[in-house]
Design a protein around this ligand. Sequence first.
Ligand code: SAM
Length: 218
Amino acid sequence: MVSRHLNPDIARERLIKHLRGRGIKDERVLEAFRKVPRHQFVDGAMYAQAYDDNALPIGGGQTISQPYVVALMTELLELGSDEKILEIGTGSGFQAAILAQFSRRVYTIERRRELGEAARKLLRAMGYENIVFKIGDGTHGWRQHAPFDKIIVTAGAPVVPRTLVEQLSVGGRLLIPTGDRAYQELEVYDKTDAGIQKRSVGGVVFVPLVGEHGWEGR
Ligand code: SAM
């Protein structure tokens, strides 16, 4: 049930206007934000803040990412309508639901069982059938379903895991925040016949990517 302090339809439109004001131009991304009810991905105590442009806690020290960052990363993916996407860091499932609006299939991996299972349950109840879930260390990617047209990592890595670059299609794009535990640069890797092209699109703050090719053991 939605708190009486929040009218989700009004709050969602306000958020979309805000995202437009911050420079999000892809109408498909904005439309996806219209279709996915963010308040259902946060704890009831935080309904009233669900459409503020902030990251919010989802338990276990993890967060649902800030809407602007979700919108920016989705826009940067330049999604076609029939692509296979890998997401590392399911968290609440919100980013996966946004991606599922205009992709063939979204494969999403979460290392914390309680979060991955809660997201699976929620998204199944919401009727999503093109999202495939896995609990495990996403720094290994998902070899069985590779290659992927797009890969999005929603946790901060010390360096880009080579496993993920390997599992990207030629012509594909990988987005990943890399840096230290407190601050990262959002990096875009494009795989072409000629090799990998890399550029940085600005600073972000994500929880750490913990895994064999992430922060584990460091
Ligand atoms: N995309 C999420 C959403 O829409 O709510 C937000 C993700 S949250 C910022 C980062 C998530 O990455 C956390 O849930 C964390 O447990 C997960 N994570 C960290 N390291 C991971 C790994 N090696 N494999 C899979 N998930 C990982």
